[in-house]
Design a protein around this ligand. Structure first.
Ligand code: ARG
Ligand code: ZN
Length: 870
């Protein structure tokens, strides 16, 4: 679709709706040539707003009829609005439109996928179904009737409760649903298809029974039990942790293979990407199982944080998303392993959100403006948003946070509200003053906290001086930053009484610790108490002490990451200068100690922790720390350290590999998953040696694995082998595809193992795969697995000759009109182009300009590319 000059929408321009919609009655007649949607809206003027014409939103609607109180009225229709003037204070508006879901490649609104029709209305997809006030502060009660061919579409679903159904002429049938809860249009959903269902129930704390259903493509019922269990666990957890009970009689999840995002919390009728529903030991990895737990929980938790209390406008998106991510993180931590969960959250934040916050798309968790709201479903709104909620809990404590949640629902149940409303409820429940804290909502950029430690022998004091800065912020006033700290003696003992939660409120601020006999090692930003960069001039010895003795698992891991980061960055500089990197023995010793104890370090650990501790920081994270990124030197340095560890610790890696087998039947438990993670990490390190015996070991594991975690780990490690000639690699890739070519989500893994490979021929492979039957340009999962994953392959995407940039630009142009949301996500691969050398920048600029100048570029892509070009 061609767009006019894109309009920027500002938060400061918010005005309440001029009209309200009390009830919505929708009738869908689904036919092969199109779907006719008849909408009957009971409307009235908003008494708080002076009289104005009614302006409804619409997109790609063929308008067949418009009546007010049963009479034809004059109206003004454009491609995106329908205006009716001279309306009474209350009236019934009836519109009839035809839509074409079969031709809807954007997967927004109502669209066709393999087994039927599905909808995605957040953020602004409902206007692609019918004329409406498509904004979240217009909440209505819905009834929906669906008519379709019975044999082709035996399952007819909408939000709420089934109230009636029946047969009609020509082999058709109908079903009527009523949703008793008022909701905004973005939570509307329908499904018409041929699907199998898994059914169960949940009994709430107050004794109500909720009917649960998961609908999937026929033949996939055996991949549903994990998601069903996840749903039941989520329902119980939300009662126990937050006192929140399910309000529904029917809770349905429908899985669809073509879906732009992860999943959608439509009231009582969640629609999910199959990726976050389907799982069985032989097709899904431990990480997949855990992600399903988290996403099922996320969408369920939205029922309160998002649906019962929703957003006033789309600038408030983090009100529901940041809070709901925080809730799903806490659920995941309780269900699996709190220590490694936190580590992975921070790893993800640094790999995705920190770069975003330093790049052209940087925005506050509550943006002040946007062109296309779909561009703001970001790591910032979601993951940094969750960190902001976590800081609120850190500052006021868990009990006050719970009281604040209670207060939030007491005040706002049934309303569409703002981030201020949430924080005000927290303030009321805790007495805490959040005035300064609101900066976290309104400023972009990752603050940097530089800490200096000064030990005074005379006074026996240790002083921490903290200086904060955020060059991206529009003014210099400081943030309120919760900084969790503790002090360790040089021998590794925690100094009693030294654990404190400091509140940084000034640009520079000092904190004095009394009665300190000898110079301590400070442990700073424990549990990652704020989403900041923390600079402290640690010596390697001090970091080794923390790695071995920290009582905070996050900071033990962090000490290892700091050690590795320094080594890799130094080595990259050496390589760029034509020198050999040096790897100090102390780092190898620390790694050896981790592998030997294997129980981990300090008072915690286990295999899962050791696997995290021995995973080096990723290239994308490290690149943020370089002033000019040299991707080849960085890549060589990081892999050089991996190879050095493999050479020095071959015996340890081999021994652990042999010893860590799981002898019970597969279960996605955190205990088993931790063992598999460490064992597969050992395999990947050993493969750095690329000996024949290790290749054979990997192929052996590939062939004999009884679960996808182990099979895929072997495949991914082999796919990464650099040697031009590696028959084990070829065999594993060929066998894997032959075995799984009918299992769409497994094919995605096969594509991704190749697009993320470090091999120099990766771009050529990816290009060839775009023509392979395994690929499908209409399916977002395939695009993410093959093309976007290539765009995240730092060393190959940023090839010096610009070939990676040109390829992604071509793909954006292929996709921009077909699916603007997915194309726009591909355009984000260019976020960091100005961090590279002049030669690469010239290539990237050319690629971006080529996209920008493409005629009729979709608004989504145009916003991203325009911002990238500055
Ligand atoms: N609200 C969904 C979630 O749970 C995300 C849907 C976003 N969809 C979109 N097209 N922007 O996070
Ligand atoms: Zn969400």
């Amino acid at each position: 679709m061609k767009t006019d000059t894109p309009q920027t929408i500002y938060l400061k321009d918010y005005t309440p709706p001029a009209y309200l919609v009390d009830t919505v009655d929708l009738d869908f007649s689904i036919e092969s040539g199109g779907t006719v949607v008849t909408s009957t809206l009971a409307m009235r003027r908003n008494p708080l707003v002076s009289a104005r014409p009614l302006v409804l939103d619409g997109e790609e609607l063929e308008t067949l009829d418009v009546t007010v109180d049963g009479a034809k009225v004059p109206f003004l229709a454009s491609a995106s609005s329908l205006t009716v003037d001279h309306l009474p204070d209350a009236f019934t508006l009836r519109t009839v439109v035809r839509i074409k879901p079969d031709g809807n490649t954007r997967l927004s609104g109502m669209y066709r996928s393999k087994d039927g029709y599905f909808t995605q209305c957040e953020a602004q997809g409902f206007r692609r179904i019918t004329w409406f006030l498509d904004r979240p502060d217009v909440m209505s009660t819905y009834t929906v009737t669906l008519h379709a061919d019975k044999a082709t579409y035996p399952i007819l679903l909408a939000n709420g409760n089934p109230v009636a159904n029946g047969e009609e002429a020509n082999g058709r049938h109908w079903a009527k649903w009523a949703d008793p809860f008022r909701k905004p249009a973005y939570l509307f959903a329908l499904v018409a298809g041929k699907l199998d269902g898994l059914f169960d129930t949940f009994t709430t704390a107050s004794g109500r029974t909720v009917q649960l259903a998961i609908y999937v493509e026929p033949g996939k019922l055996d991949q549903c039990p994990h998601a069903m269990a996840a749903l039941q666990k989520s329902m119980l957890w939300d009662e126990e942790r937050f006192g929140l009970e399910c309000d529904l009689d029917h809770y349905m999840i429908v899985a669809v293979g073509d879906f732009n995002m992860g999943a959608m919390e439509n009231k009582g009728l969640n629609i999910f990407n199959t990726k976050y529903v389907l799982a069985r030991a032989d097709v899904a990895t431990d990480v997949d199982f855990e992600n399903i737990d988290r996403v099922v929980a996320h969408e369920y938790f939205h029922n309160w944080t998002g649906n019962r209390v929703t957003c006033r406008d789309w600038f408030q998106l983090s009100l529901k998303e940041g809070l709901t991510v925080f809730r799903d993180q806490e659920f995941g931590a309780d269900l699996h392993n709190r220590q490694t969960a936190r580590i992975r959250e921070v790893r993800g934040l640094r790999a995705a959100q920190f770069p975003e916050d330093a790049g052209p798309m940087a925005h506050p968790i509550r943006p002040a403006s946007f062109v296309e709201i779909n561009n703001f479903y970001t790591a910032t709104v979601y993951e940094k948003g969750a960190e902001v909620i976590r800081m609120i809990q850190t500052l006021i404590g868990r009990d006050a946070f719970r009281a604040g949640m209670d207060e939030y629902f007491r005040r706002h149940d049934g309303q569409a509200v703002t981030c201020e409303d949430f924080v005000a409820a927290m303030a009321a429940a805790s007495g805490f003053d959040f005035t300064q804290f609101m900066r976290w909502y309104n400023q972009p950029g990752t603050p940097r906290v530089a800490v200096d430690g000064h030990f005074d022998e005379e006074t026996k004091t240790f002083t921490l001086t903290c200086t904060q800065a955020n060059p991206r912020a529009s003014d210099e006033s400081p943030y309120l930053i919760p900084l969790r700290v503790a002090l360790f003696a040089a021998d590794g003992n925690l100094l009693p009484g030294s654990e404190r939660l400091l509140q940084l409120t000034a640009t520079t601020q000092s904190f004095v610790f009394e009665n300190i006999a000898v110079e301590p090692v400070p442990s700073l930003l424990r549990d990652f108490s704020a989403p900041v960069y923390l600079d402290f001039d640690y010596t390697p010895e001090q970091l080794t002490v923390l790695l071995a003795h920290e009582s905070d698992p996050f900071n033990a891991w962090e000490a290892g990451q700091r050690l590795a980061t320094q080594l890799i960055l130094d080595a990259a500089a050496a390589i760029a200068a034509g020198q050999e990197p040096v790897w100090p023995a102390s780092f190898v010793d620390a790694a050896r100690k981790l592998l030997q104890t294997q129980a981990g370090v300090g008072n915690f650990g286990g295999a899962a922790f050791v696997a995290e501790a021995l995973t080096l920081p990723g290239e994308t994270t490290l690149a943020e720390l370089m002033s000019v990124v040299d991707p080849d030197a960085l890549h060589a340095a990081r892999n050089g350290l991996r190879r050095h560890l493999a050479e020095q610790l071959e015996g340890e890696f081999s021994g652990l590999y042999a010893g860590l087998t799981v002898n019970e039947p597969y279960a996605p438990s955190s205990e088993q998953a931790g063992r598999r993670a460490l064992r597969n990490l050992c395999l990947a390190y050993l493969l750095e040696l690329d000996t024949l015996s290790v290749r054979q070991l990997a192929l052996q594991q590939f062939k004999t694995a009884d679960n996808m975690t182990d099979q895929f780990a072997a495949l991914a490690a082999l796919a990464n082998v650099n040697a031009a000639d590696c028959p084990q690699r070829e065999q594993a890739l060929a066998d894997f595809y032959a075995k799984w070519k009918n299992e769409a989500l497994v094919v995605d893994k096969w594509l991704q193992a190749q697009s993320t490979s470090r091999r120099p021929d990766t771009l050529a492979t990816v290009k060839a795969l775009t023509a392979h039957p395994a690929f499908d340009i209409g399916n977002p999962n395939k695009i993410y697995a093959l093309i976007r994953a290539f765009g995240a392959n730092l060393v190959r995407f940023n090839a010096a000759d610009g070939s990676g940039y040109a390829f992604i630009a071509d793909q954006i142009i292929v996709l921009h009109d077909r699916n603007p949301q997915v194309a726009s996500r591909l355009a984000r691969c260019f976020d960091r182009w100005t961090k590279f050398d002049a030669g690469r920048q010239a290539h990237a600029r050319r690629a971006l300009e080529r996209v920008r100048d493409h005629a009729g570029l979709s608004r989504d892509v145009l916003e991203v590319v325009t911002r990238a070009l500055g």
